[in-house]
Design a protein around this ligand. Sequence first.
Ligand code: BGC
Length: 256
Amino acid sequence: MAKAKQAATKSGSVVLGIDIGGTGIKGAPVDLGKGVLTAERHRIPTPQPATPKAVASTVAEIVKHFNWKGPVGCTFPAVVKDGVVHSAANVDKSWIGTNGRDLIEKATGCPTELVNDADAAGIAEVVFGAGKGVPGTVLLLTLGTGIGSALFLDGKLVPNTELGHVFFKGLDAEKYCAESIREGQELSWKKWGKRVDRYLRHIEFIIAPDMLIIGGGVSKKSDKYFRYFNTKCQVVPAKMLNEAGIIGGALVARKG
Ligand code: BGC
């Protein structure tokens, strides 16, 4: 991964951020200085099967929609090192070993960076959101289809942590308490909140964060389940909500 710009850049510098997810691929130009979208975001359903080729051409459609010619920062829900995808928990297995960055660069003609989705969301939170200016160890956990993690020490990212895959209660943790499990098993907020609490306390024991940020779509509903948390450290909802991926992706884009 190119060095993440973990400090706000001056306003006016605009980059296209694209968030590749299991159900939708969303993009928008981002003002890197303000951390805001400069145009309405464009969303296209993720092609099924979500093969590298199909996803790259959907990303190219988004680039075309904005008539974009500059740098592109893309998120991806897997371990990504130097553009290469190394895992595929919730995506098509054919991604493993693919240089997604080069593929997207070819499909779009734009200089591209590819970054893990939770890392991107974490960067957006640390630069503009709930983790802004927070010293020490900050951990963002995104609760969605899976569980993603982004670990920071004094604002600097430790890339590609996968704390959603620690083994917990005999399961891959994301199979125990991701948001998709709440929905799929129709768990009450209380039951699910208590599961998340057990997981958070386990993670707290391992990492000892100073602050935990909960991201993912369900972060907007924190009033329904944060009351079941008994961690020692402060737990806060993410502030950037649905736009964290797009903004964080844009923040790591290459200049070309
Ligand atoms: C993947 C992570 C990703 C998370 C959220 C997990 O299953 O392993 O890389 O960040 O889902 O999408």
